[in-house]
Design a protein around this ligand. Structure first.
Ligand code: ZN
Length: 89
């Protein structure tokens, strides 16, 4: 995940550009009429990402509570390490 930035998009035939939040080359917001609104969206998107990235889950293996990095992350660090070790042997 790269840092979010607001890009100014010129509008043909208008003196007023529009703004959009980008994550690298990917647009991650709707088109905004004002820079202030785009800044507000950046705050909201960053907050959502933060909340999503630190979800407490129960490990599928040992049932311990741990900080999950996301939907894909269902094993605590210890179990993940063990299963990786097991996979390598
Ligand atoms: Zn576990």
């Amino acid at each position: 995940m790269s840092k979010l930035e607001i890009k100014t998009i010129p509008v043909a035939g208008s003196h007023r550009p529009v703004y959009r939040v980008f994550d690298g080359n990917d647009a991650v917001s709707a088109i905004c009429g004002t820079y202030q609104f785009a800044e507000m969206l950046i705050d909201r998107i960053e907050k959502e990402r933060l909340e999503r990235s630190f979800v407490t889950r129960t490990c599928m293996c040992c049932k311990a509570q741990f900080q999950s990095e996301g939907r894909h992350n269902r094993l605590c660090n210890d179990c993940r390490k063990t299963s990786l070790d097991g996979w390598l042997i």
